[in-house]
Design a protein around this ligand. Structure first.
Ligand code: SF4
Length: 689
């Protein structure tokens, strides 16, 4: 891609872990990207980007961008490196990996997630590389696996209503989401509905920016969402706000679910959720009246609520609601957690699992990397982890129980390679840091999880410095490892074409940058759920066969609020509005907006501990402690503190962050993390001077 004196605009896609997957227009002048803006021609983007990505040029041309390969010269974690050539770096890395693989390739572990959501710079050439190597597999669970599994067990896949039709709903329940911060383009549809008279209700332990703009905020205790959903069912049943015809024709397990729901009176749920009984009744009335009046009721569920022990069950309980009232009959009714299951991605074509050649490597769950890096070889675990290749992820910042994660990464006998844009907390522990290109510098193709359009990302500028796309780094490593299969020669445009095969018209992507999947407006108006029964499965035979409860239920948190005198406060760690997980924390203008790491605490809890706004507090539990500035705020409900994330540890007061306190426990299904299932105590720091 080259640009002359006349500015050109290049169409791309936002790569970040956000449901909106915006279409980008990058203005390029003399080979330099001068502006990134939203594509007005893409209906879902509507010409608008969030605050974070509208500053993408600041991120791309950041003075601290990594632009050449680096080799560690200091102790692990000290962040001391020397510049080396690609040849020196890749030859040494390949030699080290070959030596480990000769003993057991499963001692090598890839570690990646959604640092880019691109199908190509994500798991295409990287997947081929690790499959050919026979490395350990990675269970990529850190964000959404519990909810994804819960949704799949209920609706059959990660499917739901079309986001654009939220604009026509009469009632919108925003459940477990700060949409203004993390799903801005959905929020635009919700605002449109609000202007047209819709009622907006937000369910979230935290009084977020979104909650304060809704008509009502329901501040339940973390991890009690299933109890609330079951009590709603109780009320729908008691008042007969039920679409009996829809239930009869399109659901499975109604009698059993009815019996379960009738055990959840609003009074019982109110005690569990920490809510007034009348608020639960009123929510049920709002939802039930939409059935009575034949008006569309829509639920925007997001992943916040499933980061607790019972996260899968909670999603199942909520996902049952639209089938009870027949809300799916309307195109503006139903539920949307994720649309990702609607995309016909050909992962086998991208990752080539046949390169495993019959081998079945063990699987490491990315959530338990803290424990797993500290394990010795054993028959049950397999070989000790000897090498980690990290790309599109920053585990030292984002993985739970980071005291153990740091201890593992600090092992002198662990060989760690990190592909990165910046010197993150994780890169500080690398033996080699390899500079990767940003979205403005490479090809990619994207599905989405908040809408149903495919987007193509063309490179707008040449790679900066010596940076290379992830794909190219794995290609060149493959060559040095002696992998001669022709698939390692595929270029990035070929990979983009392979991602959807003939299921998506690639010329449409080349022409306009996006292509809408051809999907019905009301996908389940006539049932036909992609479950084994074709029905919405209130009762899941598949779960029962696994020895789990076939019906949704409330599972108390591993660390339920009120269950510990030692650690009386529940802590959640929602993303700060101007960061996206751990991305953007090093973009100064965004960090300046967030100012500093903070813990929101309710006035009652603050007063009981002698804490005032702006004072430094220590937050602690049995796993560790971190120091942070307290903000006495009604954004926190009594009994719950909000440790805003995810700050890089190196920007924290003591070089740590909120994940020092989170646990490696897993969810009920999907083997996911429980970041919001965490008890702590908070202590004011003694005043000095
Ligand atoms: S982070 Fe989300 S809202 Fe922001 S530009 Fe990317 S896709 Fe759009």
């Amino acid at each position: 891609m080259s640009a002359g004196a006349v500015p050109v605009q290049v169409r791309g896609a936002c790569p970040h872990d956000c449901p909106d997957t915006c279409s980008l227009l990058t203005t390029v002048e003399n080979g330099v990207a001068t502006r990134v803006q939203g594509n007005p021609d893409h209906p879902q983007t509507g010409g608008v980007l969030c605050n974070k990505v509208s500053r993408y040029t600041e991120r791309t041309y950041h003075s601290e961008r990594l632009l050449q390969p680096l080799r560690r010269v200091g102790p692990k974690g000290a962040g001391k490196f020397e510049a080396v050539s690609w040849e020196a770096a890749l030859s040494d890395i390949a030699a080290r990996l070959k030596a480990i693989a000769a003993r057991n390739p499963e001692a090598i572990v890839p570690y990646s997630y959604a640092g880019t959501m691109g199908q190509v710079q994500g798991e295409s050439m990287a997947g081929r590389f690790f499959n050919r190597l026979g490395a350990s597999l990675l269970d990529r669970t850190i964000c959404s696996s519990a909810g994804g599994e819960g949704l799949t067990q209920t609706l059959g896949a990660k499917v739901g209503m079309r986001v654009e039709f939220f604009a026509e709903a009469r009632l919108i329940i925003i459940w477990g989401s700060n949409s203004i911060g993390s799903n801005l383009h959905f929020w635009r549809y919700a605002q449109q509905a609000k202007r047209d008279g819709a009622r907006l209700i937000c369910i979230d332990p935290r009084k977020s920016e979104t909650a304060e703009k809704c008509h009502e905020h329901i501040a339940l205790l973390p991890g009690t969402d299933a109890a609330l959903a079951l009590a709603l069912m109780h009320e729908l049943i008691s008042h007969d706000w039920l679409d009996h015809d829809y239930i009869e024709r399109h659901t499975l397990g109604w009698a059993a679910l009815r019996e379960r729901a009738l055990q959840w009176s609003p009074e019982r749920a109110a005690a569990v959720c920490g809510l007034p009984v009348e608020q639960i009744r009123s929510l049920a009335r709002d939802y039930g009246q939409c059935f009575v009046n034949r008006q569309p009721a829509a639920i925007r569920l997001n992943y916040g609520m499933q980061r607790v022990r019972g996260g899968g069950n909670a999603v199942r309980a909520v996902a049952c609601l639209p089938a009870l009232t027949g809300a799916w009959r309307h195109r503006a009714g139903g539920v949307l957690l994720s649309s990702s299951g609607q995309f016909p991605v050909d992962r086998a074509a991208l990752q080539r699992p046949e390169l495993l050649a019959g081998r079945q490597p063990r699987t490491i769950n990315m959530i338990t990397i803290g424990d797993d890096l500290l394990r010795e070889s054993s028959p049950s675990f397999g070989p000790k982890v000897e090498a980690l290749i990290v790309y599109n992820s920053n585990p030292v910042t984002v993985a739970p129980e980071s005291g153990k994660v740091v201890q593992g990464f600090a092992r002198e006998d662990l060989f760690t390679v990190v592909l990165e844009h910046f010197q993150t907390d994780t890169a500080d522990y690398a033996d080699y840091v390899l500079p990767a290109t940003t979205q403005l510098e490479h090809w990619d193709v994207h599905s989405a999880y908040g809408h149903t359009d495919v987007l193509l990302n063309r490179p707008a500028i040449a790679p900066l410095g010596h940076a290379k796309p992830n794909t190219q780094i794995f290609r060149e490593l493959a060559t040095r490892m002696g992998f001669t299969e022709s698939c390692f020669s595929d270029d990035d445009e070929t990979l983009c074409r392979a991602a959807f095969g003939d299921k998506v018209d690639f010329s449409e992507l080349l022409d306009q940058g996006f292509a809408a999947l051809k999907l019905p407006e009301a996908p389940f108006a006539g049932g036909r759920f992609p479950t084994p029964s074709g029905r919405c499965e209130f009762f899941s035979e598949r779960l029962a066969a696994l020895g789990l409860d076939g019906l949704p239920d409330h599972l108390p948190n591993h660390e339920a609020a009120g269950s510990s005198a030692q650690f009386p406060l529940a802590m959640i760690s929602p993303p700060a509005r101007n960061f996206l997980n751990s991305s953007f924390v090093n973009v100064k203008s965004l960090r300046d907006l967030e100012v500093e790491p903070r813990l929101e605490i309710h006035a009652r809890d603050a007063a009981a501990r002698g804490i005032s706004s702006g004072s430094i507090v220590t937050v602690f539990n049995q796993r560790g402690e971190y120091r942070v500035k307290a903000q006495v705020s009604n954004r926190a409900r009594p009994g719950v503190v909000n440790g805003m994330g995810i700050w890089w540890r190196k920007f924290g007061l003591d070089g740590s962050n909120v994940n020092q306190l989170t646990s490696q426990h897993l969810t009920d299904m999907g083997r996911g993390p429980v970041f919001y299932d965490c008890l702590v105590e908070v202590q004011a720091e003694p005043q000095t001077g």
